[in-house]
Design a protein around this ligand. Structure first.
Ligand code: 13P
Ligand code: SF4
Length: 315
């Protein structure tokens, strides 16, 4: 089938099956185009909780689809490619993390949503890059905290808040590989262009960024800023939405520096139009979890959504 035929079939099946399509900003542009909701991980978790569609096709990575299942367990949740994992989730294995937690019994555990259901079940509170700093700030100053699995996001929050959270040694291999030197070179070539970066980038890169925030926060910053050029330090999938919202603005990426082709997440890009079509047609692969696992992982995610509403981060 041609791409056009695949798109038509996806739209037909979506209607016939009353399915909702949730797509992350890092998905291929043709997948974002077909999604009912495109968002960051926080907004997509909310949509997953809200929807009454019987089928959710989650075009993102495994932990995101798993979160959708946890929040709305009576729905059928499909992921076009079950191998769409995440280096952060992979970096934090439940047995090792349980031992780390046991060694620090006076610490509360905050985990970034980029982790498995097993890690969520070991956590007191989940966060996303869209709410992490505010959630941490809302906790008593003397609260001891373990932050997992992203040491870059955790380190960024420590630096911003003056906290000393204990950090798990995990990274997003995509963002961590982006180099401050390459950004500085782009800055010299494009003076005045603000640098926007995702907090999963390493500390040296974040130091030279003008704005640090989640995918949604970067989009908001760009929309409101009057510069005509921006240097973008995050996964390239987001350029689709950046260009769609700001047709008059130019986006420069690390790829333009030619010394780095590190800005594609291989996991996110495993989902293709063809796999998306087959997944909706066959209702496979499906996220299947037992009730006890869902219950254990749900508590800290619901706590995150409730605190985010109380703090005015989401509606
Ligand atoms: P967001 O929370 O900005 O959606 O980021 C998720 C992610 O996986 C970034 O690499
Ligand atoms: Fe995971 Fe990084 Fe890919 Fe996001 S970009 S899904 S954190 S590997």
């Amino acid at each position: 089938m041609t791409d056009q035929e695949l798109k038509q079939e996806i739209l037909r099946l979506k209607k016939e099956k009353n399915a909702v399509i949730l797509g992350h900003y890092y998905q291929r542009h043709e997948i974002q185009e077909l999604s009912d909701y495109v968002g960051d991980s926080l907004a997509l978790a909310q949509e997953a909780q809200r929807t009454d569609a019987p089928i959710i096709v989650f075009c993102g990575v495994h932990f995101m689809a798993e979160t959708a299942k946890i929040l709305n367990p009576t729905r059928k949740v499909l992921l076009p490619d079950m191998d769409a994992s995440c280096s952060l989730a992979e970096s934090c294995k439940a047995d090792e993390f349980a031992a780390f937690k046991a060694a620090h019994p006076d610490h509360m555990v905050i985990s970034y949503i980029n982790c498995s259901a097993e890690i969520k079940a070991l956590s007191d509170l989940i966060c996303t890059s869209g709410n992490a700093e505010k959630l941490v700030r809302s906790l008593p100053a003397d609260q001891k905290i373990i932050f997992a699995p992203d040491k870059n996001l955790g380190g960024y929050i420590n630096q911003a808040t003056g906290r000393q959270m204990l950090l798990w040694n995990g990274v997003c291999t995509v963002h961590d590989a982006m180099q401050a030197e390459a950004i500085l070179k782009l800055k010299a070539e494009h003076p005045g262009a603000p640098v926007v970066a995702h907090p999963e980038c390493n500390a040296a890169l974040l130091r030279v960024a003008d704005f640090v925030g989640s995918t949604k926060a970067m989009l908001n910053f760009i929309k409101q800023h009057n510069s005509k050029q921006f240097i973008v330090a995050t996964e390239t999938g987001i350029l689709y939405e950046m260009r769609r919202e700001n047709p008059d603005k130019e986006f420069i990426t690390l790829r333009d520096d030619k010394s780095c082709a590190c800005d594609d997440c291989a996991y996110m890009k495993l989902n293709t139009l063809e796999k998306f079509y087959r997944c909706l047609r066959d209702e496979q692969p499906e996220i299947v979890m037992d009730a006890a696992k869902i219950e254990a992982a749900k508590r800290p995610i619901v706590r995150m959504l409730e605190m985010s509403k109380q703090l005015g981060i989401i509606k």
